[in-house]
Design a protein around this ligand. Structure first.
Ligand code: ADP
Ligand code: XUL
Length: 533
């Protein structure tokens, strides 16, 4: 009998949808599908997968919606004849920071799931909180200040957990729930992240939180990889017990629950590899290697960096690396991405990306000393707003000629990224690769500026469904991680990224002094932002 082709599956519980990607042993995608929360599960009345509460600060998603979406996607897979029996391993991911509150006795229910019924019916009474706080929630400013004070300040918290206190980070979310509803907290048997909650549904038991997603809680000591006792105590009593120990991201948690074996025909030996957060999962999906930077140029701009020796700062986040436990990843988010570029394109390049590119081609690296900061909306990194232009003498000027403006925008956006990456401990090395993705990564001239500012080659990659694909890859790796094979060993079969731009040899010399000036002027722009009434 012919050998059946092994499959590895990744599930992504993202904000708006549940996605699934299956690959074969050659790492080729053989199946993908999704369930869109608003469209396919209208009974939960979400918009973009979430409920924004009246105070505008509280943002939640119904936990049963996530479970029902899993029932639905597995049924869809069954109806198209997906061969569950060939799946060797499953891993997955969830939006970062969101939390799920299991009721006392829920472990028992998870251990004894009756395969005749869908999960959302079996687990409908298993949660003390039916609306889970998610990453878009910003209602916990008081809890953030309390946590930072408890450890002696924002930088101390960053040095310990990888990030200063952020409203969406789970420790602060838990603290608010404890403060507002202590009785609900007392009835909680276990607190999961969206990722470990989703893993629990496959495992039929509480799944551990992994180091990488655990780093998005303001609770995990990223160096020792254990919970920080002072942080736990500052958030809620007895919290360590409700979280359970954190584990490496590539650990096999166990075999799939008999529920799925009977109901869908999974092989009883199919392994569940620890689930992680969506950004760590994307790092795996983009197959970042040691020293790489991924730059996503979309509605907002995001940077993932593979860092060996991070220096956590007041901006950006350091997470434990999801594919290699002894290293780290950094995450930097910028709100002024494509929309900012579009505005300058409309004002200075006749609304055309071709004209925008032409302006970049006809101006020179370093922009003759002209540089600018372009923040139409309040920026995250750094916290500043407005448009600020400086000439070569560091004098503030109200306007630039159109093509100078275009170059100042692009150089400014990329210099900021390089400077913030270096502040987090990133070092550009001869083997550094920049992997560019997102809408603007099709623009050759933009990629050339990126390459010149960083002094490194830029490659482009297709990142459609990178988080679920990354988890299918992680499922493959999880099965062999114990025998010492690294993630990149396993990834050798995957398609290589395409070289899109190489740095001009003179660029390094040009940008060295400009980067220094940009960094100094940034401080001025930030302090101006705070002085503005
Ligand atoms: P999202 O973050 O919403 O997924 P995308 O990654 O798809 O967004 O990026 C969309 C953006 O890509 C658009 O808003 C547009 O500004 C930008 N874009 C599209 N084509 C180009 C181009 N040729 N040059 C620069 N930017 C582009
Ligand atoms: C990262 C963050 C979001 C969520 C949802 O810190 O808040 O990217 O992970 O995608």
């Amino acid at each position: 009998m012919a050998r059946r082709a092994a499959k590895y599956v990744g599930f992504d519980f993202s904000t708006q949808q549940l996605k699934v990607t299956a690959i074969d042993e050659h790492l080729q995608v053989v199946f993908s599908d999704n369930v869109h929360f608003d469209k396919d599960l209208p009974e939960f009345r979400t918009q973009g997968g979430v409920h924004v509460h009246e105070d505008k600060l509280t943002v939640t998603s119904p936990v049963l919606m996530w479970i029902k979406s899993l029932d639905l996607i597995l049924e869809k897979m069954k109806s198209v004849g997906f061969s569950f029996q060939d799946v060797k391993a499953i891993s997955g991911t969830g939006q970062q920071h969101g939390s799920v509150y299991w009721k006392k006795g829920a472990k028992e229910s998870l251990n004894n799931l009756c395969s005749e019924f869908p999960l959302h019916l079996l687990l409908k009474s298993s949660f003390v909180i039916s609306d889970s706080p998610i990453w878009m929630d910003s209602s916990t400013t008081a809890e953030c200040r309390h946590l930072e004070d408890a450890v002696g300040g924002a930088q101390n918290l960053a040095s310990l957990t990888g990030s200063r206190a952020y409203e969406r980070f789970t420790g602060n979310q838990i603290a608010r729930i404890y403060k507002q509803k202590p009785e609900v907290y007392a009835q909680t048997e276990r607190i999961s992240l969206v990722s470990s909650f989703a893993a629990s549904l496959f495992l039929g038991d509480y799944a551990a939180i992994d180091y990488s997603d655990g780093s998005g809680m303001n609770l995990l000591k990223i160096w020792e990889k254990t919970w920080a006792e002072t942080c736990l105590q500052a958030c809620a009593p007895g919290l360590g017990e409700k979280l359970g120990p954190a584990v490496p991201s590539s650990l096999v948690l166990g075999s799939i629950s008999p529920y799925h074996v009977v109901r869908y025909g999974f092989d009883p030996d199919c392994k569940i590899v620890t689930f992680t957060g969506d950004n760590p999962a994307s790092l795996a999906g983009m197959r970042l290697q040691e020293g790489d930077i991924a730059v996503s140029l979309g509605t907002s701009d995001t940077l993932f960096l593979w860092i060996n020796e991070p220096t956590p700062a007041l901006e950006g986040h350091i997470f434990c690396n999801p594919v290699q436990t002894d290293t780290y990843m950094a995450l930097l988010c910028y709100k002024n991405g494509s929309l900012m570029r579009e505005r300058i394109r409309d004002e200075c390049a006749l609304g055309s990306w071709d004209e925008f590119s032409k302006a970049l081609r006809t101006t020179c690296a370093g922009n003759n000393g002209n540089l600018g900061f372009y923040f139409d909306v309040l920026e995250i990194t750094p916290q500043a707003v407005g448009v600020h232009r400086f000439n070569a003498e560091n004098q503030k000027v109200p306007h630039f000629p159109k093509e100078v403006e275009v170059r100042a925008l692009m150089e400014g956006q990329f210099m900021a990224k390089r400077i913030h990456a270096e502040r987090l401990g990133y070092k550009i090395m001869p083997r550094t690769r920049i992997l560019a993705t997102g809408g603007a990564s099709c623009n050759q001239e933009i990629l050339q500026v990126l390459s010149d500012v960083f002094g490194a080659p830029v490659y482009t990659i297709d990142t459609a469904n990178s988080a679920s694909l990354g988890c299918a890859y992680r499922a493959v790796h999880g099965l062999v991680a114990n025998s010492g094979l690294s993630f990149s060993d396993v990834m050798k079969l995957a398609r290589k990224p395409k070289l899109a731009a190489s740095p001009n040899p003179r660029a390094a010399q040009v940008y060295q002094p400009v980067l220094k000036r940009y960094s100094e002027l940034e401080r001025k722009v930030i302090s101006d932002a705070f002085e503005t009434p």
